[in-house]
Design a protein around this ligand. Sequence first.
Ligand code: MN
Length: 323
Amino acid sequence: MSSLESDPVETICVSDPASGVEVLEPREVPLGGPRALTVRRTLPQRARSLIGAWCFADHYGPDPVSGPGAMDVPPHPHTGLQTVSWLFEGEIEHRDSTGAHALIRPGQVNLMTAGAGIQHSEVSTAATARLHGVQLWVALPDAARGTVPFFEHANPAPVSVGDATLRVFVGALDGGASPVTAFTPLLGAQLDLPAGGAVTLPADPAFEYGLLVDAGSPRLAGVGIPTDHLGYLPPGRTELRVEAGDAPVRAVLLGGAPLGEPIVMWWNFVGRSHDEIAAFRARWQGDVIDGGDPTGPFGRVEGYPGDALPAPALPNVRLQPRD
Ligand code: MN
């Protein structure tokens, strides 16, 4: 998806010093495009920019939609990141400038490595009555961020651990694994628990973790995480305990080794400096929006019936690195 937010508001962060758990609140953000969604964004926020290399987490729906193109995000660029799409309900058609054309359905992962530059469109299909899922971005480490772009799709098998069902869509955890490419130690998984259920998962002490709650109000390491919130755990743990309350839980578990590199995020670009972001923007506007060079690094998307999204104006202040 595409981010239009250039001036994020401050969000309250509630910490539990005894357990180390931080509870991060979501904020509502309208997406770009003619008929796009409003999402609940938990990353980045002022209190926390990254969890491992995860740098962006949008959670949306269940939103009733009708007709083809109810969600319609026109071609837009990305650099220096991977986009990870994961659905609970609905179906989305993806097209990108590598020539990839793929549908994504619940339980499947689309991972797009933007590297040096890519553009893509995302449109809900006519078969979609409700849209519900998450859109996640991963910041690429400096050594990989200039890579040639590529697209991957996978259908990870669910595994049972304790009372939980895990669907590991990036990395590996307790018998579940995903074949898609990660450039830093990373984990992404859907975690489902029945009402009253619990699970203890092995944790990598080098990882920090986040539990983004879609349904229910689980306890993470003993601390309650309300629906739509993100519970954060710093590195140093050897296990993760998740307990459902009276209602079933559906959540997305994110984890990874801290990236350790300051990044600059603006619109749909991840870079390392204001000047680099300004150059990405100029190239997108010049090559694609003004049509100057269709053979440039952002290429072209075939088959989308409309125009690409122009970039917003850069802010009047210089963009500053996060973390
Ligand atoms: Mn996108």
